[in-house]
Design a protein. Structure first.
Lengths: 206, 206
DNA sequence: TGTACATCAGTGAACGCGCGTTCACTGATGTAC
DNA sequence: TGTACATCAGTGAACGCGCGTTCACTGATGTAC
């Protein structure tokens, strides 16, 4: 057993990266603790030095996903005026993220991780991503994690429609080519048009 | 082995009912082929006389869910004028269904069943529920299952926002009491207001 | 500067588990003549 | 009306599987004196 077999120092990060890779390429069913350990070249039991159990490892991966969404929102929202164009941009980015990481996106909202929704890391990452949207709609500093999402109806509604759209898209409920940017853009634009202008426009006696 | 042990005649229905019960009460993780067989009082292998495999059994359960949604839509849409009030009503009913059957709702869109999306029974049940909505928005007989959902942007958008909302609700992303009708109604109303009137109203420079 | 020792982060063997599925089988039922 | 027989719908034993987790362990590292 050579010196470098111990205290590799980056096993935790390695586990998360391996988990993300396996999740991306083969889906949640393939994402077992043993598989991830194998990928990193470590005994299954070694994982317990870094995570309480399998669910905690999944939660760390999910938290990473929320952080990516937060980054994307920050880039699209920060310093931008409250125009419909910004919302359209966020919608596109959001859907592109989901299209590029369908399994990660599903995991983020999966019940396999729901026990950790109150876990500091995952909970905070989730709150932050919603908070960025709230602050844009209602003014910087508006977001209070103690409030229910319904207190911020605009932010809540955008999230709802994006979430539904993302899942329909990655679950194959809309016939389209997920890998084509233009297809994803078109989906986002079409639906966000209606969302921004109001579905009543499609009704006879609005 | 008594006479009634053979040709019970309703084993298939029994399996589906048992599966729905287990799913409702204990979730998808508990929903194994062996468990369902046990509930019905039949050998695990007997299930294969009625379903190709576990996934096919799940697909049958999911199809049943779609049929319930179709019924609910039919009741709310049929013969109704194209008014916002009807949309609001459907939204409430849709969310009530998801709130009452969270595990079933999740299964309907789960990847554990996605291999059967093209299965006649499940696929048709799904198409029908979307078709009812399409026919209301675009006129009776408008729906063509061969078209992509994007061809019907209004129906698609309502479905997206309801789907997202339902999942956020049952996945605990909105702080609320799922068992209270008024809470669910309020969630539906708040978000559908924005959806129907247009989110641009919340923007400064709309 | 050495040394004793606590702690950290690994190992690998073992556990029990329930699962989906296959198999050869058999009794009950329905049908053709 | 009987009878031969195909088919249907069960049985129960067995398969191999990979899983999450626990355990006693040990070598490497860092720290106190």
């Amino acid at each position: 057993m050579s010196r470098k077999d111990y205290h590799k120092g980056n096993v935790r990060e390695g586990l998360i990266e391996a988990a993300e890779r396996v999740l991306h390429d083969e889906g949640l069913v393939a994402l077992s603790l043993r598989r991830v350990a194998r990928e990193v070249g470590v005994a299954p039991s070694a994982v317990y030095n870094h995570f309480k159990n399998r669910e905690a490892l999944l939660a760390a991966v999910a938290a990473d996903g929320y952080r990516q969404i937060a980054e994307l929102e920050l880039a699209a929202y920060s310093g931008q005026s409250k125009s419909a164009a910004v919302v359209r941009g966020v919608a596109r980015d959001y859907l592109h993220f989901a299209a590029a990481n369908p399994n990660l996106y599903r995991l983020m909202f999966s019940h396999d991780v729901v026990g950790y929704r109150s876990d500091p890391e995952l909970g905070q990452a989730g709150d932050r991503s919603f908070g960025i949207s709230v602050d844009w709609w209602y003014g910087s500093g508006s977001y209070d994690p103690g409030q229910t999402a319904l207190e911020y109806p605009y932010a809540m509604s955008v999230w709802a429609i994006l979430h539904g759209l993302a899942l329909q898209m990655i679950d194959g409920l809309v016939t389209m080519d997920l890998s084509k940017r233009e297809s994803v853009d078109k989906l986002a634009d079409t639906v966000m048009d209606i969302f921004l202008e109001g579905a009543s426009l499609g009704l006879v006696d609005k």
